[in-house]
Design a protein around this ligand. Sequence first.
Ligand code: ADP
Ligand code: MG
Length: 272
Amino acid sequence: HTMYANRYHQIKKLGRGSFGTAFLVHDTKSKHEKKVLKEIYVGDTSPNESSDAEHEATILSRLRHPNIVRFYDSFIDGSNFCIVTEYCEDGDLDQYLKSLRKQRSRLQMDQVIDLFLQLLSAIDFLHSKKILHRDIKTSNIFLKRNHIKLGDFGISRLMMNTMDKASTFIGTPFYMSPETLRYDGYNMKSDIWSLGCVLYELSVCKRAFERSNLVQTMEAILRESPPPLPDRFPAKVQLLYLQMLSKDPDKRLGAAELLEEFGQIEIKPNPK
Ligand code: ADP
Ligand code: MG
């Protein structure tokens, strides 16, 4: 169908992701503003479970930060749980870095640090409110006029309330921390690991732990040392990066500390 909740009119499909399908919609109750609606199949949910999800959604909709994709609305529509968020028309970082790589180009170091600081600021904000992101990856990071917008936070938590656990996650493994792969529990430092992976990707337009298949990727995450950043990065950045990708979560700095450390790094605009 093309209309949701008597309000959101479907324009086109944006793509399929780990949780469901994303559509571009018009919000007919808000000046026909363009928004994104994610449709997540949940089958039959009991009223109790859906009210948990509603409670989570209320928390998410109150969060405001310049580097976080706004969460507007959520509701059940038949067998689907729908989430309405801000639309980021300039696309995601995964697409952007892939296109740079195709052109054999890279971001300049000052751009890398600038984008990374914005990401850290978003994560620091979430962590200070005791919210884990759980799915940090370049396809969940959007660009909007030189600004970073982190999206899809809390969705996995929302989903834990609505879906059966087994089908909760079929995402990409590239950004998963060793402890997550070992089912050792997810915590704030697991988000930091994923951030380390994103820092590498920003720097070289290539994933840190991409291998030819799933098993090799997991082995690399569990056992191999992270690939170093390019030499042009200051020793301080290298050190912080390696700490973020420490196999031991306790050795990774928290978002607030990282924000502080990265904020102090002075980088002159430089050739690539
Ligand atoms: P995933 O994050 O696993 O790739 P999603 O369902 O979140 O899957 O997104 C599917 C597609 O829709 C992606 O290509 C993504 O770039 C796009 N998309 C998702 N959310 C937004 C948004 N808020 N603004 C613009 N494009 C989006
Ligand atoms: Mg996504």
